[in-house]
Design a binder for this molecule. Structure first.
Ligand SMILES: C[S@@+](CC[C@H](N)C(=O)[O-])C[C@H]1O[C@@H](n2cnc3c(N)ncnc32)[C@H](O)[C@@H]1O
Length: 274
């Protein structure tokens, strides 16, 4: 079950040191595929065909990596981010990018109504003080025929459930357990715990869930991570891709859940894709 904590004040001081992506293959492959998927969804037509340059907003964009890739595809790309440190790192690494990164908070976006074709948010919604307020803002700033795309870590993934089960057995057998936070436990800087039932509540009255897809299986499950690192590169990549293909159709079990939303306005044309 998803749990929410009472609303807090927005976190304005996220540091690049808090962003631990992991160097093992399971993490490297996941983040690469996640970024590719988000950039493709940000720039594709809702029907899934031909990319057309549009206006894209990346909310809580961190260093602006995705926003910069989106700008490189010819879109007007704007990132909004609460932490000056993250904005500074992005500008320092890629001063040449056409993406515009501005300081702001997700719950009160500094943009006019209906000003973006896509609003995307990758791996950040669980950090927000009020994720539902952000979703209302996303619905406000997205165009009538636009889409809102959210990627969220799944704390009820097959990997989290397996990890918890193995840990439960260790407790029973009184085997040593690590002293650090275990990967299925909610990090301190998260305000909600993501899973599929929680994702389904996100639209409120403002947005309708068009489709939901998963990404990656068994991320951070220790025996799987060890196996991927031990395999020759090509075999590891193939195994990861095969499991990812299973995850795409099974968001409930996947490591990341990507949900795609459209506005609920009564005069929005009926849904065309599944
Ligand atoms: C885990 S990082 C993800 C960054 C980026 N989306 C990525 O995938 O690389 C979470 C980001 O959310 C930002 N953040 C947290 N709360 C925010 C808020 N209320 N409004 C805007 N940004 C926020 C943090 O400063 C941090 O850069």
């Amino acid at each position: 079950m998803a749990t929410t904590t009472p609303h807090r004040t927005p976190d304005l001081d996220y540091s690049i040191d808090d962003f631990i992506a992991g160097e093992r293959r399971d993490s490297v492959y996941l983040f690469r595929a996640l970024e590719d998927a988000m950039v493709a969804l940000a720039t594709a037509h809702p029907g899934g065909h031909t990319a057309r340059p549009g206006r894209v907003l990346d909310v809580a964009c961190g260093t602006g990596k995705q926003a910069m890739r989106i700008a490189a595809r010819g879109c007007v790309s704007i990132g909004v981010e609460a932490s000056m440190e993250m904005i500074g790192v992005g500008r320092w690494v890629h001063p040449e990018s056409d993406a515009r990164i501005v300081r702001g908070i997700a719950e009160s976006l500094p943009f006019a109504d209906a000003s973006f074709d896509r609003v995307i948010c990758q791996g950040s919604l669980d950090h927000f003080a009020d994720p539902h307020a952000f979703m209302r803002e996303a619905a406000r700033v997205v165009a009538r025929d636009g889409r809102v795309v959210i990627a969220l870590a799944n704390f009820e993934s097959a990997s989290c459930r397996l990890g918890r089960a193995v840990d439960g057995a260790k407790r029973v057998l009184r085997r040593p357990r690590p002293p650090w936070r275990l990967y299925w436990e909610t990090p301190e800087d998260h305000n909600v715990r993501g899973d599929l039932p929680f994702v389904r509540t996100l639209g409120g009255d403002a947005l309708v869930l068009e489709r939901c897809t998963g990404l990656s299986l068994f991320w951070l499950f220790e025996p799987y991570g060890r196996l991927l690192d031990a395999l020759p590169e090509r075999a590891a990549a193939t195994l990861w891709r095969r499991l990812d293909r299973l995850a795409r159709a099974r968001p409930r079990h996947a490591d990341m859940i990507i949900s795609i939303w459209r506005r609920t306005d009564p005069d929005t044309p009926p849904k065309t894709t599944a």
